[in-house]
Design a protein around this ligand. Structure first.
Ligand code: MGP
Length: 234
């Protein structure tokens, strides 16, 4: 299914039925990082009479996850890593995707240190997740404040099943850092070179990205940290 750029929508009633993990809105008006903002009432209101509710199921359900620098453990050891990542919302339809996407902050508006993930339902955005454990990731760096459009294109390509080897994909994450925003596309079977290279090349095409990108095995990242080398390039 091709998911196209859509105008802002209000959520369908189905939204309430998904496994939402939305943080309850607190009393103060200032939204927390990662909190869904916007008119919550209109999101749950019934569609007006005479207009048939439209709902287009995605091939997979997907979950947005969020890790705020404020919540990360102070001196993060590898064992502690990920203890503050929390699921924000699971979506199953195109309409739910847009209602969430249109109400969350995009990478340029997130504070430095934030990690924002979109992964297939039930896959945790961690090397340790059994589905990710033998996988790896491609990474595309952008200067700070410049990745919003490419984050959206990545999400649309994933949830719209635009990759020939879409079954290989676990999800994507944008890491907001001081000097850059990195988008990484995580896959399942790192040793399947043909599938990984196909994904890397297609992704570059969707992003219209012309520089060389590298693929790192999670196993190498876990063992060697920043010393992990690219196993494939695209
Ligand atoms: P990072 O945040 O993905 O990289 O990983 P970055 O942005 O270069 O580094 P930062 O210090 O600016 O945040 C940073 C470190 O987090 C890694 O070297 C690991 O120690 C740890 N880490 C990252 N990931 C994705 C994982 C993971 O999935 N599992 C575990 N255990 N540690 C991880």
């Amino acid at each position: 299914m091709v998911v196209e750029n859509a105008p802002k929508t209000s959520a369908s009633e189905d939204q309430a039925k998904t496994e939402a993990n939305t943080k309850p809105k607190e009393d103060d008006d200032e939204p927390e990082e990662g909190e869904i903002v916007g008119d919550q009432d209109s999101a749950s209101s019934k569609p007006s009479k005479g207009i048939a509710p439209q709902s287009h199921a995605l091939e997979h359900s997907w979950t947005f996850w969020f890790d705020s620098p404020a919540a990360k453990p102070a001196k993060s050891k590898q064992e502690d890593w990920g203890s503050s990542i929390r699921p924000i919302y699971t979506f199953t339809t195109v309409e739910e995707f847009w209602s969430i996407y249109n109400n969350v902050r995009h990478p340029s508006k997130l504070i430095v240190g934030t990690d924002f993930h979109c992964f297939k339902y039930k896959i945790e955005p961690k090397w340790e997740d059994p589905v990710c454990a033998n996988g790896g990731n491609w990474t595309v760096p952008y200067p700070r404040g410049k990745s919003d459009t490419f984050w959206l294109y990545t999400l649309l390509a994933m949830i719209g099943e635009q990759f020939d080897h879409g079954d290989e994909i676990c999800g994507a994450v944008v890491n907001v850092r001081k000097s850059q925003e990195k988008i990484a596309l995580w896959t399942k079977n790192a040793t399947n070179e043909a599938a990984q290279v196909s994904i890397g090349k297609q992704w570059k095409g969707f992003l219209d990205y012309n520089e060389t990108i590298g693929f790192i095995f999670h196993e190498d990242a876990m063992r060697l940290g920043r010393g992990a080398k690219n196993k494939y390039i695209a």
